[in-house]
Design a protein around this ligand. Structure first.
Ligand code: FES
Length: 126
């Protein structure tokens, strides 16, 4: 898939299948890993207030995965994302850190789309 950039160049967007949309229920999420070692990329998708959001699974503090145990991204109240390593707290809707050692920084969002009931990560290569 290609898209036009504002400067006239074309970029290649590689849709990567994550899962069926129905697998991500309200207030929960799921992580995905592509590649290994130096090419490893980890992302996750959550559903919050009916909307799907995608992020890289790397805490802005030291880059640790957000989830522990696997696929648990929300705090016990189910209202905020919480990093398992040192407890940073993030808003689900935009990944902004509101408390913890990386306050005022954000989890990097990823672009996702839903096609034919499946969620894709629109990974970009310029
Ligand atoms: S690695 Fe997430 S708060 Fe430290």
């Amino acid at each position: 898939m290609e898209a036009d950039l504002q400067d006239g160049r074309r970029e290649t967007v590689t849709p990567r299948l994550l899962c069926a949309e129905g697998e991500i229920v309200e207030g929960a999420g799921r992580g995905f890993v592509f590649g290994a070692d130096t090419t490893r990329e980890a992302v996750f998708v959550i559903r919050w207030q009916g909307i799907l959001h995608g992020y890289r699974n790397e805490c802005p503090h030291i880059g640790a995965p957000i989830d522990w145990p696997e696929n648990k991204f929300f705090d016990n109240a189910g209202e905020k994302l919480m990093c398992a390593t040192h407890g940073a707290v993030f808003r689900p809707e935009d990944g902004y850190c509101i408390a913890g050692p990386c306050a005022r920084r954000s989890i990097e969002p990823i672009e996702i789309s839903v096609e034919d009931g499946n969620i894709f990560w629109l990974d970009e290569y310029g």
